[in-house]
Design a protein around this ligand. Structure first.
Ligand code: SAH
Length: 220
């Protein structure tokens, strides 16, 4: 089984966990069928790579549940030409999904070790449209702003002007917003100077730790 490519596991994951629960954007479903999720999971977790839950990736952090990756990506409405900012590179899996769907992806991670591992995997998979930064993503990435889409993959206490100021007109920001342990997946659309907000369900992400996020806790 050394050459196992996990394709059947991915298709089963897409059918049972995504389609059946209402993920309908064909581009999202295709990207999640294509990207080798097992490559982003620590070797000792590989058997669980397609399970319906988040998995530990080290430093007290997690790769998100497949359904949550699909839901966030669908809410982001990526069509092709966009420049996307992701906060929380983690394993790099969500970044790979975005790189399949958008023109350029800028991803920020506060743990240098996680960023390095993600960069190694993503480079070996051949993505040429990903840009990495190690640092505090709550500041955004001002040198590369504005962005057409912003995706926050860690929980934040509130949506900040720092990030909204880096969002283009017509753009979307998707972020888990709430307490340290539970959040609402929050979608903000920028229409001129107006910001329209709705929520797309409850979720539980690790905290976004930084100047405009949470303070570092025991597990950070
Ligand atoms: N998108 C990731 C999920 C990562 S979990 C994936 O697909 O695997 C959230 C990540 O956010 C963690 O790796 C955590 O270290 C990172 N993080 C937390 N606070 C951050 C901050 N202020 N800036 C950048 N990354 C942050």
């Amino acid at each position: 089984m050394g050459r196992r490519d996990y394709r059947d596991d991915r298709h089963a994951m897409v059918r049972a966990q995504l389609e059946r629960r209402g993920i309908s954007d064909p581009r999202v479903l295709e990207a999640m069928s294509r990207v080798a999720r097992h490559r982003f999971v620590p070797v000792n977790q590989r058997a669980f790579a397609h399970d319906d839950r988040p998995l530990p990736i080290g430093e007290g952090q997690t790769i998100s549940q497949p359904y949550m990756v699909a839901l966030m990506t669908q809410c982001l409405k990526v069509r092709g030409p966009e420049r996307v900012l992701e906060l929380g590179t983690g394993s790099g899996y969500q970044a790979a999904i975005l790189a399949e769907l958008a023109a350029e992806v800028y991803t920020v991670e506060r743990h240098a070790g996680l960023s390095r591992e993600a960069q190694d995997v993503l480079r070996s998979l051949g993505y040429g449209n990903l840009h990495f930064r190690v640092g505090d993503g709550t500041l955004g990435w001002p040198e590369e702003a504005p962005f057409d889409r912003i995706l926050v993959t860690a929980g934040m206490p509130r949506v900040t002007d720092v990030l909204l100021d880096q969002l283009n007109d017509g753009g979307y920001l998707v972020a888990p917003v709430g307490s340290r342990s539970f959040q609402d997946l929050t979608v903000v659309e920028r229409v001129g100077s107006e910001f329209r907000e709705h929520t797309a369900g409850g979720c539980a992400f690790v905290p976004l730790v930084g100047e405009y996020g949470w303070e570092a806790g025991n597990s950070e």
